[in-house]
Design a protein around this ligand. Structure first.
Ligand code: ASP
Ligand code: MG
Length: 404
């Protein structure tokens, strides 16, 4: 390999010893590979600390000044790593987003990267320097600092890998890769060697943590190979790449769950056009994203609309829904905080019939009641009582022989 982008997440650079270790790792890669560009996050907890500070002092603000504040954690990490690598005797060039420049649109706190000019970095690499870039930040056309959404360092790294024509974008954190299930829940879980962009997008949106969804989308669009790996070991992690031919007999690639789900049911609303739209529009206006949605067959001109949202949005969503329900003269609004979502994901599902049936049968056999269902071509997700989450994950991992 001749050129690589390595991104170290917050958990990889929390303590001074960890930063020193990363410096050594980077230098080793440089000696082996030559062109190394490092993207780095704020130390774990640092971005949260800045956000809390802002919320305590002047609540409810976002925008230009807010982005300038919350992008500050990355500058500290970049500076510290730069100093450590310099003290090992290597040439370093470190950059904030605007210096590269990484040009974004002007949507503060969730900006998208529009362009990266690789010229400066290319020159540095030619001169033999190790380049370090602050993740999570860029600059808009008017010269304002922007941030890319929480976890946005992943997108910075993928976009740089694309702009610099790097062979691979390594994303380092404290996990060894992507697993067939959460190893803390399922002792049979194993590391997946290779996963397609589409499967990884489903993993991430169904609750697997690890890689920012926007980064996976960016990688898919621009065909950047991502290598998810741990900064605490040298073993290979998981490659996220283009769709490969599905291995014979593999139906389900992994099981994911999300305990941060809650359910709201609006019972007895008039069954006529525009009702679901009205409820969902009000939630969208409040920036609440809705996940699963079910509307049952109406009886006597009335229907029930049920949907899930994150637990963190429940209180807000409940009061918005209650208001609309009153206007619609609905019978009742019921909220349930104890919901989780368990999903099976796999490209192999495209060519296999009866996958959902097998999933439902396995859950039924274990007396786990399914409350809601949603599907895509490569996923089946169910909402269940939160207390059965771990059991459901283990049962499904076993049923679909994911570990074999
Ligand atoms: N520091 C930012 C965050 O905590 C970006 C990142 O870690 O990728 O969200
Ligand atoms: Mg992160």
């Amino acid at each position: 390999m001749a050129r690589i982008v390595q991104k170290y997440g917050g958990t990889a650079v929390t303590t001074p010893d960890q930063i020193k270790n990363i410096a050594q790792r980077v230098v080793d890669s440089y000696n082996e590979i030559n062109d190394v560009v490092v993207v780095i996050s704020a130390r774990a907890g640092e971005t949260n600390r800045l956000i809390e500070m802002a919320n305590e002092m002047c609540p409810g603000q976002e925008g230009r000044e807010y982005d300038l504040l919350i992008s500050a954690g990355e500058q500290v990490s970049v500076g510290l790593l730069g100093l450590c690598i310099t003290s090992l005797g290597y040439k370093v060039k470190s950059y904030l987003g605007w210096q590269v420049p990484i040009i974004t649109d002007s949507l503060h706190s969730r900006a998208s990267i529009e362009n990266i000019d690789p010229a400066r970095i290319n020159t540095d690499l030619q001169m033999g320097a190790i380049v370090i870039v602050a993740g999570f930040q860029g600059i808009d056309g008017d010269g304002n600092i922007t941030t890319l959404g929480r976890g946005g360092g992943d997108t910075s790294a993928v976009a740089l890998a694309h702009a610099l024509g790097a062979e691979q974008c390594e994303l380092y954190s404290d996990v060894e890769g992507i697993f067939t299930a959460d190893p803390a829940v399922c002792s049979d879980a194993r590391k997946i060697e290779q996963i397609s962009y589409d499967e990884m997008l489903e993993f991430a949106s169904e609750g697997a943590r690890g890689v920012q969804i926007r980064a996976i989308e960016y990688a898919k669009k621009n065909n950047v190979t991502i290598h998810v790996r741990s900064s605490f070991s040298s073993t290979a992690g998981t490659l996220i790449t283009r769709e490969e031919t599905v291995m014979e007999g593999v139906v389900v690639t992994g099981i994911v769950y999300d305990k941060n789900e809650a359910k709201i049911a609006v019972l007895g609303v008039p069954d006529k056009p525009g009702v679901a739209a009205r409820i969902l529009m009000a939630l969208a206006d409040a920036d609440i994203s809705v996940d699963m949605i079910v509307q049952n067959v109406s009886q006597g001109g009335l229907a029930d609309v049920t949907f899930t949202i994150s637990k963190t949005d429940l209180d807000k969503a409940q009061s918005i829904t209650a208001k609309i329900a009153e206007e619609l003269q609905a019978r009742e609004v019921i909220a349930d905080r104890n919901i989780s979502k368990v999903s099976i994901v796999g490209l192999g599902m495209k060519n296999h019939a009866g996958v959902a049936a097998r999933m439902f049968a396995a859950l039924a056999f274990n007396n786990i009641n399914i409350q809601m269902i949603s599907t895509s071509e490569i996923k089946v997700a169910v909402a269940i009582d939160e207390k059965y989450t771990d059991l459901a994950v283990r049962v499904l991992h076993e049923t679909f022989k994911v570990a074999v």
